[in-house]
Design a binder for this molecule. Structure first.
Ligand code: ADP
Length: 277
């Protein structure tokens, strides 16, 4: 076990509730669960960096359920405005009503707000996070004049994929330095095999071969591929095979075609697949 785990105690209320709620399966890779719990206890915001499909979202869902907090997830995009996060006035039936955005809802409920792919959001949007991510822990709602103090159960978690990063799409240092940060990557072979066995119900022999193919593809990443085969795609392949799809077809549909449109690369990747089956 890791060093941090013994320092972490769930509150008894959280532990009781979590017994009743189904906790999504998550295979820990390092000390991330303990670190998350410490961040939650100490009311610190968390940034998770890592390639697509490596388990970031599952991890947050697992931790939210374990801590018995509601999880509010926002997939960020470049049109996301501060009002999309905080809320806006809506007109209906002749009256104007205020409607909370997901961030405000999470603050009011003492939930965990997860902003996925935060770098996609405009910089002026991420600035609304600033007063929530320092020791003030407040959310000023300009349009209503309200100033919400975040309860201790509120936690902000953001993620992004450094692989997509470019000079224009980067977090401002003044934003990123407000977060604890954890680097995620694909799990090692043994853990990834057990994830496939658990998620798709396949046996160890098949799981070993699929993971081995993914590892070969990942070595090619620098040369021919923008993104390597993710754990998510491996789970897709395993699910197809478990449902009766022929292995080669499953690998083509789940592990090869999603990675590239280049015909030569597809042929080369299929050669690797065929070597394994
Ligand atoms: P991300 O948010 O990093 O893009 P996800 O969390 O959606 O990726 O992971 C994709 C899928 O991979 C999950 O639905 C799950 O099936 C599987 N997965 C990846 N890592 C893990 C893990 N450590 N434990 C359990 N499942 C995992």
């Amino acid at each position: 076990m890791n060093d941090l785990s013994h320092q972490v105690f769930l509150s008894s209320a959280a532990a009781q509730t979590s017994a009743a709620v189904e906790i999504p399966y998550y295979q820990p890779v390092g000390n991330e669960c303990a670190l998350f719990e410490l961040a939650y206890q100490r009311q610190l915001p968390l940034l998770i960096k890592g390639p697509t499909g490596c388990g970031k979202t599952r991890f947050v869902a697992h931790m939210a359920a374990k801590l018995a907090r509601p999880l509010i997830t926002v997939a960020c995009h470049d049109d996301l405005t501060a009002a999309d996060l905080v809320g806006r006035h809506l007109i209906g039936d002749g009256e104007t009503l205020w409607s909370d955005g997901p961030l405000t809802r999470a603050v009011r409920q003492g939930g965990i707000c997860y902003l996925d792919e935060i770098v996609e959001a405009r910089k002026d949007t991420t600035v609304v996070l600033h007063p929530l991510t320092d020791d003030r822990r407040i959310l000023p709602i300009e349009r209503t004049g309200e100033e919400l103090a975040a309860p201790k159960e509120f936690m902000l978690v953001v993620s992004y994929n450094p692989g997509y990063q470019n000079l224009l799409k980067n977090l401002k240092p003044s934003t990123r330095q407000r977060f604890l940060a954890i680097q995620f990557d694909y799990p090692n072979a043994e853990l990834e095999q057990s994830i496939l066995m658990k998620e798709a119900g396949i046996d160890l022999t098949l799981a070993t071969r699929l993971v081995d193919i993914a590892q070969r593809f990942r070595q090619l990443k620098q040369h021919d591929l923008d993104e390597a085969a993710s754990t998510r795609l491996l789970v897709y392949a395993a699910n197809l095979i478990a449902a009766g799809c022929p292995v080669i077809e499953a690998c083509a549909a789940a592990l090869v075609e999603p990675l590239t449109d280049d015909l030569d690369t597809i042929t080369a990747l299929m050669e690797v697949v065929k070597l394994h089956f």
